[in-house]
Design a protein around this ligand. Sequence first.
Ligand SMILES: C[S@@+](CC[C@H](N)C(=O)[O-])C[C@H]1O[C@@H](n2cnc3c(N)ncnc32)[C@H](O)[C@@H]1O
Length: 242
Amino acid sequence: MNVEARTTILRDARTGASRLAIAGFGQTRAERAAAMVARIRYPSSRFEHHLPRWNGITGWLSARQGARLFDLARGLDAVGEVVEIGSAFGRSTVALGLGTRARGGGKVYGVDPHTGGIGLAQQYGPLAQSFSSLGPFLQNIVRFGLEDVIVPLVLPSARAAEVWPGRPVRLLFIDGWHDYDECSRDMLAWGRWVSPGGGIVVHDYDWAEVRRAVEDHLPKLGGFGAIEAEDPNMAVVRREAQ
Ligand SMILES: C[S@@+](CC[C@H](N)C(=O)[O-])C[C@H]1O[C@@H](n2cnc3c(N)ncnc32)[C@H](O)[C@@H]1O
């Protein structure tokens, strides 16, 4: 699960060049055993059924946050699709995809150029540009049998918004580039498609720039209620049903 634990800097002995390698999936023996027990103990309509296996996906989401995304994707009763900005290795995408499948149908559009996030860029500098999360992301989709649910859009979110065919969105999850300008763009370009009764979830809401972007732009979208942030790192806000 932990990104740091799965990150290696590989050095080419001949050229001396370094590159970043991050494993997209990995499970301990205990996790594999727990996964078998969970599959027997819980129905697939509950996140607990998937949790120990899902924990094998590298990413930034806590188990509680994964469960929240799963429950929203399964239960949020509004017209439209699920859109995610920022998929990385698919930790959040798979939670959304499993919830959507438990609901009985629908798609999850995962928007990401797969070039890495602001956290990696801050930590590893230019090295962070030397990898792509796309291969492990696709492997994780296949691993969870979600090929018919998840639609990867390998584009930056601004470009994806330009080509989005204007379909309503019942759940928008924002976890892309975490600075004020990019978050503002995500809120405005995608928030407008959220249908009545639908919702927006913003990860890393406790980052000052992310929070400011949400608070500045949410009122412009119209019809959204109060921000729920009982988990200070993840905000949920719903558009009133008409
Ligand atoms: C924090 S990671 C996402 C984590 C992921 N949601 C998870 O559950 O582990 C941020 C991701 O945003 C992506 N990203 C960066 N710029 C982006 C942009 N302009 N549009 C969409 N995604 C972007 C990065 O490639 C990176 O994979």
